[in-house]
Design a binder for this molecule. Structure first.
Ligand code: ZN
Length: 318
């Protein structure tokens, strides 16, 4: 099985996270009577209710909780922490028959720490690939938007340093894409600045002759709101950039009135759909076949992915 859209923190192995919680937040395990790693994803998914907006808050809390116990405490630990975490992540994916995967992971704000983080991850993949011959891990480099929509780990300098890194092995064959993820703040200037960053990434990857794909998380949650006009324009502009992939894109494919815009992505942009996150974090409870038919009818390629299986407990998704 293949998964092209797995976030690093949201795909960590329950065994690994359970051990980290035992080390530094036993209170959480006690509070929810979590007695084994197998209970962990189940407990997370049980915390969600029917209100998708409340679920978004809970999702952010879970993310922060896991990050608080898994992030390296100082720079000396970056390499080893990412190597171990990735090794267990990849072993766990193998357990569920997921052999080819792209892990979405943000760079650090300095190139030195970014180097340690990605080389640690690559080494973690290699550790597992010695045991599981079919396994193949790749990295998608993501710049992350904060709650106010600003990119927290992006600068042109960092981008160009990363591009230099990507000219050499093992980064060249492992870091296969660029992405923008996180909160999509509905503000004209902020959306425009995302377009500028994407143009910069496209431009610089050409300069460095990189084969890296360029995509972003767009229209993940917003559907049929008063911001429609703003988002229509945003998506039309995105289509002109001929991106390789769009994460989620729910705004377009979940709405019958957006087919004209959806068609603009035909032939060049793949949509990476994530039913688990749709069911819990958006007003859409499931992706029915009509929706997939619409993507086909509009000539838009798509894949189905898990997004954050640690929290959605959709490890076994087909
Ligand atoms: Zn995602």
């Amino acid at each position: 099985m293949i998964d092209k859209h797995l976030h690093f923190t949201g795909s960590l192995s329950p065994t690994y996270v359970y051990r980290k919680l035992q080390e530094s937040n036993q209170a959480f395990l006690d509070k929810y009577s979590i007695l084994s790693p197998d209970d962990l994803s189940y407990t997370f998914v049980s915390m969600f209710g029917n209100d998708y907006k409340l679920n978004q808050q809970k999702f952010n809390e879970m993310y922060s909780l896991v990050q608080s116990v898994t992030k390296p405490k100082n720079t000396n630990e970056i390499y080893q922490t990412y190597r171990l975490a990735t090794r267990e992540l990849a072993l766990n994916l193998a357990r569920f028959g997921i052999s080819e995967y792209t892990i979405i992971a943000g760079p650090d704000i300095t190139i030195d720490n970014t180097y340690k983080r990605y080389i640690g991850m690559i080494q973690g993949f290699e550790d597992v690939e010695k045991l599981h011959k079919a396994a193949k891990g790749k990295i998608c480099i993501t710049f992350i938007r904060t709650q106010s929509g600003e990119l927290k780990n992006y600068s042109y300098k960092l981008l160009s340093d990363i591009c230099k890194l990507l000219q050499q092995e093992p980064f060249k064959s492992r870091c296969v894409g660029f992405d923008i993820s996180g909160y999509e703040y509905p503000d004209k200037n902020i959306l425009e600045s995302n377009l500028c960053v994407l143009s910069e990434i496209i431009e610089i990857s050409k300069t460095f002759c990189l084969k890296t794909t360029v995509g972003l998380h767009a229209g993940e949650i917003i559907t049929g709101t008063t911001q429609d006009e703003l988002y229509d324009e945003y998506f039309v502009n995105l289509s002109k950039l001929q991106l390789d992939n769009i994460g989620h894109g729910t705004y377009l494919w979940a709405n019958d009135t957006k087919q004209k815009i959806l068609k603009l992505f035909s032939g060049h942009t793949r949509f990476d759909l994530c039913p688990g996150s749709n069911a819990l974090l958006t007003p859409i409870k499931r992706i029915d076949s009509n929706r997939l038919d619409m993507l086909n009818k509009c000539g838009v390629e798509y894949t189905i992915n898990r997004d954050d299986p640690l929290f959605f407990n959709n490890w076994r998704q087909r």
